[in-house]
Design a protein around this ligand. Structure first.
Ligand code: MTE
Ligand code: MOS
Length: 765
C-alpha cells in the first residue's frame, strides 16, 4: 500500500499549488449578479463618531447599497456571547482602520472607489498608543493574571545575586499570501452558503448568524483551503464574512468581499507586541533561584483572543528551565490599535524570551558561558514541575540539546567565531543556542475536540471530511494517511473534501497546532467504525471468524482452513452495500487528561510537550547595523512523525517566519496612531535570500510520543517558530563582541539595523 502513516508524502495539493490550479475562494466562478464589496474604515484612532454621511457613496457609479451599524438586523456583535465587539463602529471609534460600513457595487473597482466617498466626522478623544501609557492608566481588556509559585519575594531577598532588566518586542503581521476573503451566496429563504478563508468555520457560521439574527442552521460555512492563515484567520475571518453576509441579506445577491493588502493590514489584528520587566535571583553557579516578571501585551482595542495569548505567554515563561520561586504577571493592555490576535505560537514565542534574556545577563555578570548556565537550569529529576503545576514528562531537552550541538559543530565554531571577531573590527559574528519546550493543546479544555465524517463508496473510493481546515500546513494529507492506514489502501483512494459546517458541526478552530492530533483521531474513529462493520459482514458472508479477515494492500484476505480467499477492498465495499451495511460513519475525539483552572492559573493544560533546540549564526556590520543569518541548525521533536516531508517544511517555514518577527518585520504607527506599514514596500517579511544559506533540519529520531497521540506523532505547526529565538541570542552575542563580551546587551526586537546600531553605540559609550 502506498502512502501509509510515517512516510514522506507530498502535500495533496502540491502540484496544484505550484501550477496555479488549486482553487482559492477568489477562483470560484461567480454566478450572474454577483456584487463586489469594499469596507469603509475609520481614519482616526479614537473618538466619537459624529456623522457618517454615506450619501455620496450611495450615489457613486455602480453602487447597489451601503450598509452600516444601523442596518444590522441581528446583533452588531462579532465576539460571541458575554462579550461585545461591534462589527461596525456606531458611536465610538477605537482604532484607525476600524470598519464603519460595507459598500457593494457591480464591480470591484466601483465598490472601492465608492468607499472613498464617505464623509466621516470624528470628534477626537485622546488615544492610548503604546503599552507604557496603557499600563500607567491601567487600561486593560481583562484583569491582570498571575502565575505564582513559592515565595519569590523572600527568595529574591535571600539570593546571592539579583539582576533587573527590561526589553520589548514588537508585533507581527501575518502576511498570508491570500488576503481575507468571503464569498457569500444566498439560498432559499435567505439561507447562506459562506465560502470563507477561515481557520474557524464554526465561528464564521455563528458570527454571520448573530449579525443577521438567524439560527445557526441557516448558515453553512465551506472552506476548501486557505492561502495561509498563521492565526490571522482564526477570529478575523469571521467579521469579514459577516460584513459580506449582511450585504447578501440586504441585496439578496451573491457578495464577494476581498480585502486588498493595505485594508487587510489596517483592519485586522496581528501578533501581540510585549514590554517586559523582570528581576532574577541566582547563586554563584548561575542557578536560578527566583524570577519575578511582568509581561505586558498590547491587546489593541478589544478582547479578541488576548486572554489565551496572555495565558500561553505566562505558561511558557519557564520554557526549558526549572524556576523554584516564580511570579509572572500578565497585563493585557488596551490600546487604540488593531485588536491583536492569534499568531503562530500564540504568546509562547513572547513568553520564552524572558529567560533567554535573563540567562544571557546572568552569564555576563558571573563571567560564565551562557550555554552552561542554560543546561544548569534545565528541567530534570526532582526539578520537573512547571510553575502552573504540570509535570514535564518525557523530557527530550538533554537529547535535543546534545544533538543540536553536534549537528552545528557548536564548540568548534564557537572558537572559530571568537578568533574571527578578534581579527575583524567591522564585521562581527555571533552564535546563539536555544532550547525549546512547547505545550500542545488549547488552554481551554473544551476546545480540544474534533469530529470527522467518512464515506466508503461501492468502488472502494473513500471521501474524507473533518472539522480541520487546510491552510498549507498539510493537515489534509496527514489525516488522509491515517484513513489509508486504517483501511490499508493506497493514499490516492482517499479524497479529502472541503471543510463544511454542514458535514461536521460545532468544530474548534484549526489552531494551537492541534489539527492533526484532533482530526487525525476523529478520522481514525470514523474509518475504524466502518472497517469493523465491513469485517463483521465479511465474516458472516464468507462463513469465518472476524479474526480471519485481514485488510492488506488494497485487498481483504479471508483466511479459511484450506481455502484462503482474496477480494479487493472495492469488491468488499460493494458486497457490503448489497448486504445493506452502512458504509458511512462519523468519528469523534476529545483529548484526554487535560484540565485547567483559569482563575488559579493551575492544572494540566497540555496533553504533552514538544521539544526542540536550535543553533544560529549571524554576522552584523557594526557600521550599518545590518545583519544576516549565516547558518541555522535545528533539532525538532515530532514524536513519530506522521509525514516527515510535511514536517520538514513546517520546521523550515516556521523558523524563517520567527526569524522575520525578531529581525526585519517592523510595524510602525504614526503619532496619530495610524499604521503606516501597510504593504510589502514598507513592511519587510523575509525573502528567499534571508533563508540561512546553511540550514540543517533534523527530526528527533526514535522518539514516539509516550502519550496516546495519533500513531504517536506530535504537533508541528507552531513549536519550530520559537527556535528562531536563537537568532536573537546570536545577534546579542555579535553585538557583545564589540566590547569583548564585557557588558550585557539590551536588544529590543525586531532587531532592525537601526536597533542593532543603537545597541552598539550604547555599548561603546
Ligand atoms: N503552515 C502553513 N503553510 N500555513 C499556515 O497558515 N499556520 C500555522 C501552522 N503552519 C500555517 C502553517 C499555525 S498558526 C498553526 S496553529 C498550525 O499550522 C495549524 O495547523 P495544524 O494544527 O494542522 O498544524
Ligand atoms: Mo495558530 S496561531 O494557533 O492559528
Amino acid at each position: 500500500m502506498k502512502g501509509s502513516v510515517r512516510t514522506a508524502q507530498r502535500h495533496d495539493s502540491a502540484l496544484k499549488h505550484v501550477t496555479g490550479q488549486a482553487l482559492y475562494i477568489d477562483d470560484i466562478p461567480e454566478p450572474p449578479g454577483t456584487l463586489h464589496a469594499a469596507l469603509i474604515l475609520s481614519p482616526a484612532a479614537c473618538g466619537r463618531l459624529g456623522r457618517l454621511d454615506l450619501s455620496n457613496v450611495e450615489t457613486s457609479p455602480g453602487v447597489v447599497g451601503v450598509f452600516s451599524a444601523r442596518d444590522i438586523p441581528g446583533h452588531n456583535n462579532i465576539a460571541g456571547p458575554g462579550k461585545l465587539e461591534p462589527l461596525f463602529a456606531h458611536d465610538k471609534v477605537e482604532f484607525a482602520g476600524q470598519a464603519l460600513a460595507v459598500v457593494v457595487a457591480d464591480t470591484l473597482d466601483a465598490a472601492r472607489a465608492a468607499a472613498e466617498q464617505a464623509v466621516i466626522d470624528i470628534e477626537p478623544i485622546e488615544a492610548i498608543l503604546d503599552i507604557a501609557t496603557a499600563l500607567a492608566r491601567q487600561a486593560y481588556v481583562q484583569a491582570p493574571s498571575t502565575i505564582l509559585r513559592g515565595d519569590p519575594d523572600a527568595a529574591l531577598k535571600a539570593a546571592p545575586h539579583c539582576l533587573t532588566a527590561e526589553f520589548s518586542v514588537g508585533g507581527q503581521e501575518h502576511f498570508y499570501l491570500e488576503g481575507q476573503i468571503a464569498f457569500v451566496l444566498p439560498g432559499e429563504d435567505g439561507d447562506l452558503i459562506v465560502h470563507s478563508s477561515t481557520q474557524h468555520p464554526t465561528e464564521v457560521q455563528h458570527v454571520c448568524a448573530e449579525v443577521l439574527g438567524y439560527d445557526f442552521n441557516r448558515v453553512t460555512t465551506v472552506v476548501r483551503r486557505l492561502g495561509g492563515g498563521f492565526g490571522g484567520k482564526e477570529s478575523n475571518a469571521s467579521w469579514v464574512a459577516a460584513a459580506a453576509a449582511l450585504a447578501v441579506a440586504k441585496t439578496r445577491r451573491p457578495v464577494k468581499l476581498r480585502l486588498p493588502r493595505d485594508i487587510d493590514m489596517l483592519a485586522t489584528g496581528k501578533r501581540h507586541g510585549f514590554d517586559y520587566h523582570y528581576t532574577v535571583g541566582f547563586d554563584d553557579q548561575g542557578r536560578v533561584l527566583a524570577l519575578d516578571a511582568v509581561m505586558a501585551a498590547d491587546a489593541g482595542w478589544s478582547l479578541d483572543m488576548t486572554p489565551g495569548v496572555v495565558a500561553r505567554a505566562l505558561t511558557h515563561v519557564d520554557n526549558a528551565y526549572w524556576l523554584p520561586h516564580v511570579r509572572v504577571v500578565g497585563y493585557a493592555c488596551r490600546t487604540n490599535r488593531q485588536s491583536n490576535t492569534a499568531f503562530r505560537g500564540f504568546g509562547g514565542p513572547q513568553g520564552v524570551l524572558v529567560m533567554e534574556d535573563a540567562i544571557d545577563r546572568i552569564a555576563r555578570y558571573l563571567g560564565r558561558d551562557a550555554n552552561e548556565i542554560r543546561v544548569l537550569n534545565f528541567y530534570g529529576e526532582g526539578r520537573d514541575e512547571t510553575p502552573y503545576g504540570q509535570k514535564v514528562d518525557e523530557n527530550h531537552l538533554p537529547r535535543c540539546w546534545a544533538e543540536v550541538k553536534k549537528l552545528s559543530g557548536f564548540d568548534q565554531r564557537r572558537a572559530e567565531i571568537d578568533a574571527f571577531n578578534r581579527a575583524s573590527p567591522i564585521l562581527k559574528r555571533g552564535l546563539g543556542l536555544f532550547p525549546l519546550k512547547f505545550g500542545i493543546s488549547f488552554n481551554l479544555p473544551h476546545m480540544n475536540q474534533a469530529g470527522a465524517l467518512v464515506h466508503v463508496y461501492t468502488d472502494g473510493s473513500i471521501r474524507l471530511n473533518h472539522g480541520g481546515t487546510e491552510m498549507g500546513q498539510g493537515l489534509f494529507v496527514k489525516v488522509a494517511q491515517v484513513v489509508a492506514e486504517v483501511f490499508n489502501v493506497d493514499l490516492d483512494r482517499i479524497r479529502p473534501s472541503a471543510t463544511s459546517t454542514a458535514e461536521v458541526p460545532n468544530t474548534s478552530p484549526t489552531a494551537a497546532s492541534t489539527g492533526s492530533d484532533l482530526n487525525g483521531w476523529a478520522a481514525w474513529e470514523a474509518a475504524n467504525t466502518i472497517k469493523q462493520r465491513m469485517v463483521a459482514f465479511a465474516a458472516e458472508h464468507f462463513g469465518t471468524a472476524a479474526e480471519d479477515i485481514e485488510f492488506a494492500d488494497n485487498q481483504v484476505r479471508i483466511a479459511k482452513p484450506g481455502s484462503n480467499q482474496v477480494v479487493s477492498f472495492g469488491e468488499l465495499a460493494r458486497l457490503c452495500w448489497l448486504g445493506r451495511v452502512s458504509l458511512s460513519a462519523t468519528g469523534f475525539y476529545k483529548t484526554p487528561k487535560i484540565h485547567w483552572d483559569g482563575a488559579a492559573m493551575r492544572g494540566r493544560p497540555f496533553f504533552y510537550f514538544s521539544f526542540g533546540a536550535a543553533a544560529a549564526e549571524v554576522v552584523i556590520d557594526t557600521l550599518t547595523g545590518e545583519s544576516r543569518v549565516l547558518r541555522a541548525d535545528l533539532v525538532q521533536d515530532c514524536g513519530a512523525s506522521l509525514n516527515p516531508a510535511i514536517d520538514h517544511g513546517q520546521i523550515e517555514g516556521a523558523f524563517v517566519q520567527g526569524q522575520g518577527w525578531l529581525t526585519c518585520e517592523e510595524l510602525w504607527w504614526d503619532k496619530q496612531g495610524r499604521l503606516r506599514t501597510v504593504g510589502p514596500s514598507t513592511y519587510k517579511i523575509p525573502g528567499s535570500r534571508d533563508v540561512p544559506p546553511v540550514f540543517n533540519v533534523k527530526m528527533l529520531e526514535n522518539a514516539p510520543s509516550r502519550e496516546a497521540t495519533i500513531f504517536r506523532s506530535k504537533a508541528i505547526g507552531e513549536p519550530p517558530l520559537l527556535l528562531a529565538t536563537a537568532v536573537w541570542t546570536a545577534l546579542k552575542d555579535a553585538i557583545g563582541a564589540v566590547v569583548d563580551h564585557k557588558t550585557a546587551v539590551r536588544l529590543d526586537a525586531p532587531a532592525t539595523p537601526e536597533r542593532v546600531l543603537a545597541a552598539i553605540v550604547k555599548l561603546r559609550k
